[in-house]
Design a protein around this ligand. Structure first.
Ligand code: UT7
Length: 298
């Protein structure tokens, strides 16, 4: 993972906006967020860390997938630049499924392995601060910058990915959007309402497909939008909050980076072990959603 050094606390925001640390923390669970860098620079740092952690070199990577809603430019995609900076000359492309982006990228990576691609570097990186109206208290308190990355590898035995559930409902595109050159806007209440239902339904479909029950899950790694969404979803799924990974208190909502940031946190806290069953689930603008049940390998 990688996050910029710049920390913006709730108190920092309340110095310029009509808000308070108490409101932000109670309504969202966020204490502070990181601000700075770019999808390219943060993605590169996270990818470098992932390669080191996996003990792999640039030449071991056959494909680079970057999930982002905030690419450095409209053209070209940011992934080829990250790949070049790593010394990788393999295919590289961006993918945008908003906050579900990292999960969508994992799904594409799994599909690529089925076509004979050996190792895929999957990155989620966001620079949401660039598209945030810092005078809009309804959005500024929620968003942050960051990146996470992993390497997906084809295996000869049964897949460690037991099930995926992905979907979209474009009829609700208007609920969360950002026009070219504009700033991010959201109907927070409506997104909240739909998010809980979407996450629970999607997670249940993935669990049913994987034939895994809630009590068998060692960990739930949800998209980090709002602690109340995570609490409501966990309650409906029958998973105690102690088994949910929460990093939004430190990073806010980092869209495509939020699930890999939470994965990195769970690993650093030694909360996942080989053989554990883990549910990852997210939702976002589009609206899109994606869940996976995986068996942790290492
Ligand atoms: O990544 C996927 C997309 N993101 C999400 O999933 C976020 C989903 N939505 C949410 O997390 C919540 O809806 C929010 C955190 C955005 C808002 O929480 P809420 O409990 O739905 O609050 P609200 O919008 O109903 O606003 C309640 C009050 C309003 O005042 P009135 O009308 O009751 O007088 C707002 O104007 O709180 C006010 N308010 C604030 N007050 C202090 C809104 N933002 C703030 C703020 N500080 N930052």
């Amino acid at each position: 993972m990688a996050v910029p050094d710049g920390i913006v606390t709730n108190d920092d925001l309340s110095a310029t906006l009509d808000t308070t640390d108490e409101w932000i923390f109670e309504r969202t669970g966020i204490r502070e967020r990181r601000v700075g860098g770019s999808a390219g620079s943060l993605g590169l740092a996270a990818a470098t860390a992932a390669l080191a952690d996996a003990g792999l070199a640039a030449t071991d990577i056959d494909f680079v997938l970057l999930a982002t809603t905030t690419p450095d430019n409209l053209i070209p995609a940011t992934a080829p630049t990250i790949a070049a900076n790593l010394g990788i000359r393999a295919p590289a492309m961006d993918l945008n499924a908003a906050c579900s982006g990292f999960m969508y990228a994992l799904r594409v990576a799994e599909g690529l392995t089925a076509t004979g691609v050996g190792r895929i570097l999957v990155i989620g990186a966001e620079n949401l601060s660039r598209w945030t109206d810092w005078n809009d208290r309804t959005m500024a308190v929620l968003l942050g910058d960051g990146a996470g990355a992993c390497v997906v590898e084809a295996s000869t035995g049964p897949s460690d990915v037991l099930a995926f559930d992905l979907g979209s409902e474009g009829d609700y595109a208007h609920l969360l959007s950002c026009e070219h050159g504009g700033t991010i806007w959201m109907d927070g209440k409506e997104v909240f309402r739909r998010a809980v239902r979407i996450m629970v339904d999607s997670a249940e479909r993935a669990m049913s497909q994987a034939q895994v029950s809630a009590d068998q899950l060692s960990l739930v790694i949800p998209h980090q939008a709002n602690i109340r969404i995570i609490q409501a979803a966990c309650q409906r799924l029958g998973v105690p909050m102690e088994r949910a990974v929460v990093v939004l208190d430190r990073y806010g909502n980092t869209s495509s980076a939020s699930i890999p940031l939470a994965v990195a946190d769970a690993r650093s806290q030694q909360r996942v072990h080989p053989g554990d069953l883990v549910l990852m689930t997210g939702f976002g603008a589009g609206m899109t959603w994606a869940s996976a049940v995986v068996r942790w390998s290492k």
